[in-house]
Design a protein around this ligand. Structure first.
Ligand SMILES: *Cc1c(COP(=O)(O)O)cnc(C)c1O
Length: 469
């Protein structure tokens, strides 16, 4: 499968090159040159597969021939071995034809593990074949850093440097990063804010000699392989609910539009999805778009669901590309308008097309807490604030009769114990695998928010590690 850019001018690339590149050189995002499709019979066969085999089958539709199904079976088996539930992504009934898909059984207790555990191994596989290395650099406000670190730890071809703002990350989140005992993992605590960290990472990517010498790379949410690995659990959940012989809807707590876009890809693949329901918190740019056809940036409000505190949902550009019949020039124009005016609008026919599949609902913190409380009272389930928005969205949007809805539970309640306790009166316990988190030794280096200091530290660390550029 070849990949083309949503902005239409970058050359097409095979899967492995698109994965290593991340962003396309014309500023666009890679999407498959055409959508692969499974027949109903192929979907029926998949229903009996164990999760890693299913993952390899689904991913091969996008990755072959660069990476084969047999190779993907090896990567996926290894990636999901450490998950703490036999079903990997178990489906639970909440009654009323509403189901919860638990996506928090990976090492860092959030759904990002489902894609990143595969992505780290995939990078290693592709780079080993080319006898190349990569230096991953990233900035985190606390939530995504640990998933990226767990994905890259102990990979031969990767060193990862993760910047976090010193003293401004919760203790659980910091310890999930700093207690990882792996020689290729380097935590940097920056004397500054998350914005300082992000600006330092951007500056390193803009420093061409430094970027090229150390082969900088990223594992951020626009990477196509992350989307592909997320398609798997949509196929899995739908087949547990008797797809392709029954339609199903999904409700997805959404920030960057990566997770729900994977649902769209599953629909393209042939999974009979009747509705994709986008759940937002107070940062409701997407909800407003699906109502009005206008995407307009507002300020970011901090909420109980910090992983959705986003204004610009980068992956939305991939949907726009299809809404505009894959006209890259039209998408590039919209994106220029967006950058210059912090807003753009689509025509009614494009909005109509989007609304044929997507619906959206937003919930402020009070409504989120009310949903956590209600689900706990009615079913005994503890939901984290992100997952609660998913369930609230599932309940609030009308769907065709007889169509079940699956709400994606994107984080374990113990990742957000204060919010869960405030809403339900119950303090969720960390699962056994993390029970000794507070006793493990921490490793990090404190540095000033200074580009030269950070670059010197990275270069010296790589020399110490014997990594030759
Ligand atoms: C990242 C994240 C989200 C948002 O997912 P997107 O793919 O960015 O839409 C939702 N919930 C949790 C817990 C997350 O970590």
């Amino acid at each position: 499968m070849d990949y083309v850019s949503t902005r239409g001018t970058a050359p097409a690339l095979p899967f492995d090159d698109a994965v290593l590149a991340g962003l396309a050189p014309d500023g666009g995002l890679y999407v498959p040159a055409r959508w692969p499709r499974f027949s109903d019979d192929a979907l029926r066969l998949i229903a009996d597969m164990a999760y890693p085999a299913l993952a390899a089958r689904v991913m091969a539709a996008f990755a072959a021939p660069s990476v084969t199904e047999a190779e993907l079976t090896g990567l996926a088996t290894d990636a999901y071995r450490g998950f703490d539930h036999a079903d990997i992504a178990p489906l639970k009934s909440l009654g009323d034809d509403i189901y919860l898909l638990e996506l928090f059984h990976g090492p860092t207790l959030a759904f990002k593990d489902y894609a990143l555990q595969v992505l780290g191994r995939l990078f290693d596989h592709i780079l080993n074949a080319r006898a190349r290395r990569i230096t991953i650099v990233g900035a985190t406000s606390g939530d995504t850093g640990s998933a990226a670190i767990e994905a890259c730890r102990d990979r031969d071809t990767i060193d990862i440097f993760m910047l976090h703002p010193h003293g401004r990350v919760s203790e659980v989140q910091r310890r999930q990063m700093t207690t990882v005992d792996a020689a290729n993992v380097h935590n940097i605590a920056i004397d500054g804010t998350f914005d300082d960290c992000q600006n330092l990472v951007k500056a390193m990517f803009n420093d061409a000699p430094f970027r090229d010498r150390h082969r900088l790379g990223a594992v951020n949410s626009i990477n196509w392989a992350r989307i592909v690995a997320q398609v798997v659990y949509y196929v899995h959940a739908a087949s547990l609910l008797a797809a392709p012989d029954r339609r199903v809807a999904f409700a997805v707590p959404t920030g960057n539009f990566g997770n729900v876009f994977a649902g769209y890809v599953a629909w393209r693949l042939g999974v009979p999805i009747a509705r994709l329901i986008v759940g937002s918190n107070r940062n409701d740019i997407l909800t407003r778009f699906f109502k009005s056809g206008r995407m307009a940036v507002d300020v970011v409000h901090p909420t109980l669901s910090p992983s959705m505190d986003i204004q610009v949902s980068s992956n939305f550009e991939r949907l726009l590309f299809d809404l505009y019949d894959r006209d890259g020039a039209a998408v590039a124009e919209l994106m220029t308008t967006f950058r210059e005016q912090q807003a753009f609008a689509v025509e009614p026919r494009h909005l109509q097309r989007a609304r044929a599949l997507f619906a959206a609902a937003r919930f402020d913190d009070e409504e989120t807490k009310a949903a956590m409380r209600a689900v706990h009272e009615e079913t005994g389930e503890l939901l984290d604030p992100h997952s609660a928005i998913g369930v609230a969205a599932a309940r609030s949007v009308e769907r065709p009769p007889g169509v079940p809805v699956v709400a994606l539970a994107t984080a374990h309640p113990a990742k957000f114990p204060d919010a869960v306790e405030a809403a339900t009166g119950v303090r969720p316990a960390l699962p056994p695998r993390l029970a000794d988190l507070f006793d493990r030794p921490e490793r990090f280096t404190a540095l000033p928010a200074d580009l030269g200091a950070v670059e010197r530290f990275i270069a010296a660390t790589l020399v110490d590690r014997g990594v030759r550029p």
